[in-house]
Design a protein around this ligand. Structure first.
Ligand SMILES: Cc1ncc(COP(=O)(O)O)c(C=O)c1O
Length: 389
């Protein structure tokens, strides 16, 4: 588990490194890529061993018999998250953006409202809008510099056509790990407005010490409206396999979702199944523990550097490796901030406004990379804003 080794990803069809120039005008020659949410670390040993096994065998035919794969998911959820999953509840989709899109397609109609607590991971709005649904942006409030739920305001905002809420739990961006009381508040909000609830828990393994993630399925009174989503991809840095799980405890919702999957002919790819099964193992668990400890060190290093720049602050992250940095205190407009970060510091970071209402003055920085690169990025930011010192 050598997280310090620098691996050159340029020229490997890496979205993060090979598209940074087209997207942000930051050259991979000398620039540092801090946008797409994948990590610059190699996959854990059991995953690579499985890949080697497939390669040595050499035949890459259709995948069949998912019993051991489903059992691995069950084992992981029980051991890491205290949640008992029935294998019959599990669907495998082509990742969770696909899972969210399929759920929107199955459970809502064109013109229906899809509720998002913004700022939030941008692809949810993208797929909902592409499907002709109306995105209802409920802007998160802030409490002592962290995102907070704002039900009174959101209750007043609902018009009655909203059918579904997509929750990011933990939340991307901002890194909140919602407390049990907050999850109960979300349940009550969904009941008040008769919303189905997608709980996208793709970041659930990347939680820092001091915070505890609660799977939404452990909250009572929500089983008949809950669609759980999780994946190995974000935790284990295997997003390229494009596989995720939609887990539906309610029999009626499950039958509807199964019907849609069948109608669209969806079945996963062999790499997705086999590498995910290899990840959900005791060795994989040890790798995650070491990873989170390493990311915690990166988080502290990056936060200290941000805190040293007057007018700039990073939201205290309870989870995820995505620093959410607010530049509004500098008094600079977005163009000025972006010029300094992208052009001067040559850091490719996500633009806050793409995450919806409330993201305007932010940039999101992915620090899941060898620590020496995080230190370099921190130095470049300090230089780019040196005149504020
Ligand atoms: C909350 C959330 N859901 C889903 C995804 C992407 O999922 P997938 O690659 O499985 O489509 C991301 C990626 O950053 C995310 O942050």
């Amino acid at each position: 588990m050598d997280f310090d080794a620098i691996i050159d990803r340029r020229g490997t069809h890496s979205m993060k490194w090979d598209m940074m120039e087209a997207r942000y005008g930051v050259s991979p020659e000398g620039g540092i890529s801090m946008w797409v949410a994948d990590m610059d670390f190699p996959a854990a040993a059991p995953i690579r061993a499985e890949l080697d096994k497939m390669s040595r065998h050499g035949v890459l035919g259709y995948y069949g018999d998912d019993t051991s794969y489903l059992e691995a998911i069950r084992w992981w959820m029980r051991n890491r998250h205290g949640w008992e999953v029935d294998p019959a509840w599990i669907f495998t989709t082509h990742g969770l953006v696909n899972g969210v899109a399929l759920a929107i397609d199955t459970f809502t109609a064109p013109g229906d409202g899809v509720v998002l607590f913004t700022p939030i991971y941008h692809s949810f709005a993208r797929v909902a809008e592409a499907a002709g649904r109306e995105v209802v942006e409920c802007m998160l409030a802030e409490d002592e510099g962290r995102y907070a739920l704002d039900f009174d305001r959101w209750d007043a905002q609902m018009k009655g056509h909203e059918k579904l809420l997509v929750l990011s739990s933990p939340h991307n961006p901002g890194g909140r790990v919602w407390t049990r009381a907050e999850l109960e508040g979300i349940r009550d909000f969904c009941i008040r407005h008769d919303l189905l609830l997608i709980s996208d828990e793709i970041h659930h393994d990347l939680v820092f010490p001091g915070a505890t993630h609660t799977p939404f399925a452990l909250i009572e009174g929500v089983e008949d409206r809950l669609i759980m989503m999780s994946a190995t991809t974000k935790s284990f840095n295997i997003a390229g396999i494009h596989a995720g799980n939609v887990i539906i405890p309610d029999a009626d919702l499950r039958a509807r979702f199964a019907g849609r999957m069948a109608a669209l002919g969806i079945w996963g790819n062999a790499f997705g199944f086999r590498l995910a099964e290899a990840a959900y193992s005791p060795e994989g668990a040890a790798w995650i523990d070491a990873l989170v400890a390493y990311l915690d060190g990166n988080r502290r290093l990056f936060d200290e550097a941000i805190a040293a720049i007057p007018g700039v602050r990073s939201m205290p992250l309870e989870a995820t490796y995505l620093a959410w940095v607010d530049f509004s205190g500098t008094g600079m407009g977005e163009a000025e901030v972006n010029a300094r970060v992208l052009k001067q510091a040559r850091l490719a970071a996500n633009l806050g406004r793409t995450f919806g209402k409330g993201g305007e003055n932010f940039l999101r920085f992915n620090f899941a990379m060898p620590r020496s690169l995080v230190a370099e990025a921190a130095e470049r930011l300090a230089d780019a804003f040196a005149d504020l010192q």
